[in-house]
Ligand binder design. Structure first.
Ligand SMILES: Cc1ncc(COP(=O)(O)O)c(C=O)c1O
Length: 440
């Protein structure tokens, strides 16, 4: 074992060499150094503003459903490590991946029969799009190669997913002109419980009808647009998209990377609508936040269509595809989730978030407070600048909570194992961060 670096040296090396997500190089602000994590708590290497342990309001970007250092997931990882941590998936197979694929098919919306295991959410979206493009090419309709989506979405940071991220509010505007130009509908009207807006329905219908001949697929995040702004919409629009796609011979892709595995109160957000897509992506919570793994599931129609083509294979094969370690932990995580009253836990957290975040509505600078399942968001009137973000983060840390506000949002997506006291604490921290963010 090498000697510990010590916090000062670690941060110096971090500043000098390490590029953090969406960060400049060299970094302008020191990140917090996490020494370990257990349950819903992150333990810092040394106290920051007098605080050593933080309740995690982010679940590691919405993935750590069961909290950290969970004995069941640890055991699954250790057990698999003793057998093999990795083996190539081309020409070889193994129980953890096969078991996982079968399990995903069993719990996913009806008709999704085939599973491609990818190594990150963004890559699973690439694969989903490749499936759709290849399906049409194999069906003798290569002109169907554009995608349609609605504004306000986020699907990842690799090339094709970037092309369906919000072109204005998103981070990827820099690449317009270089990215494939997709068809954008307006963002869906806000409100999970809102009635279907006939004007918006007509807008979707007209756009799909106009572009159907060149569209391979419609790609959307069902029910919640996550990193694009934590906006909720009515499942009625998913039913409408399903109908329109069927009518106009366009495939439908649901990106459930953030919403899958119970986050919105249904196992998959598609279940709120009672419809199934042709292709579905899952990731993040798939391994309970332990290891990186995602999947693109598709129907037999899509798989058979690809197989009929001139290139009758799906031309994609990541080195770490089907990683046994990640698959073993994913199996344990899915079993753990389904063995408990996960829906009851999400409802409990939802009630706690509704109560705890209500006071935020009367804070200055707040435009909206919304909660759905285990998602609570405070939307500000103005986007946070770097100073506002630092002030909000510091206020949360002082309140003993880890939050990572962005854009106009101070929000939380806590692990499902967060107890009522900790949910209340997270809410107090969201309110404190919101107040700090809008202080002049
Ligand atoms: C809906 C959605 N799709 C795709 C992604 C990209 O996943 P990853 O970060 O694992 O590449 C994210 C990540 O936040 C997401 O929320």
């Amino acid at each position: 074992m090498s000697e510990p670096l010590g916090v000062e040296r670690l941060l110096a090396l971090d500043r000098q060499h390490v590029w953090h997500p969406y960060g400049p190089m060299p970094g302008r602000r020191d990140p917090l150094v996490v020494e370990s994590a257990s349950g819903v708590r992150l333990r810092l290497a040394e106290p920051v503003h007098g605080v050593r342990e933080l309740v995690d309001g982010m679940a590691s970007w919405w993935s750590a459903l069961h909290g950290y250092n969970h004995p069941v997931l640890n055991e699954a990882a250790r057990d698999q490590l003793d057998r093999m941590s990795h083996v190539m998936f081309g020409g070889l197979t193994h129980e953890p991946a096969v078991r996982l694929a079968a399990r995903l098919v069993e719990i996913a919306p009806e008709g999704l029969e085939h599973v491609f295991l990818a190594d990150s959410g963004s890559v699973s979206v690439e694969v989903a799009v490749k499936m759709c493009l290849q399906y049409w090419r194999s069906s003798g309709r290569p002109e169907k190669r554009r995608l349609m989506t609605w504004r306000g979405g986020y699907h990842g940071d690799t090339w094709m997913p970037m092309s369906v991220c919000d072109p204005v509010g998103g981070m990827h505007g820099l690449w317009s002109g270089l990215l494939p130009e997709q068809v954008f509908a307006d963002a869906p009207p806000a409100g999970f419980g809102a009635e279907e807006d006939p004007a918006y329905a007509e807008h979707l219908r007209a756009l799909l009808e106009r572009h159907a001949g060149e569209l391979a697929a419609v790609v959307v995040e069902p029910v919640v647009q996550n990193a694009g702004g934590m906006r909720f919409h009515s499942p009625a629009y998913l039913r409408l998209l399903r109908r329109l796609c069927d009518e106009h011979d366009v495939l439908l892709v649901f990106d459930e990377i953030a919403t899958g595995f119970g986050r919105t109160g249904a196992l998959f957000a598609a279940d709120h609508a009672g419809v199934a897509p042709d292709v579905m992506c899952v990731g993040k919570a798939l391994t309970g936040g332990y290891l990186t793994m995602a999947a693109a599931l598709c129907t037999s129609r899509v798989a058979e269509g690809i197989s009929r083509g001139e290139v009758p294979v799906l031309a994609h094969g990541p080195t770490f595809m089907g990683n046994p370690l990640a698959a073993a932990v994913a199996n344990a995580s899915v079993d753990l989730l389904l063995a408990q009253d996960w829906a009851g836990e999400v409802k409990r957290i939802e009630a706690g978030l509704r109560e705890g975040l209500a006071p935020a509505a009367s804070l200055p600078g707040v435009r909206d407070v919304r909660v759905l399942g285990a998602i609570g968001a405070v939307e500000l009137e103005h986007p946070l600048d770097a100073a506002g973000m630092a002030a909000a983060t510091e206020a949360a840390v002082r309140a003993g909570v880890w939050l990572r506000p962005f854009g106009r949002l101070v929000y939380t997506m806590p692990p499902f194992v967060t107890g009522d006291g900790d949910v209340a604490r997270i809410c107090r921290a969201v309110c404190a961060a919101t107040a700090a963010a809008s202080r002049p």
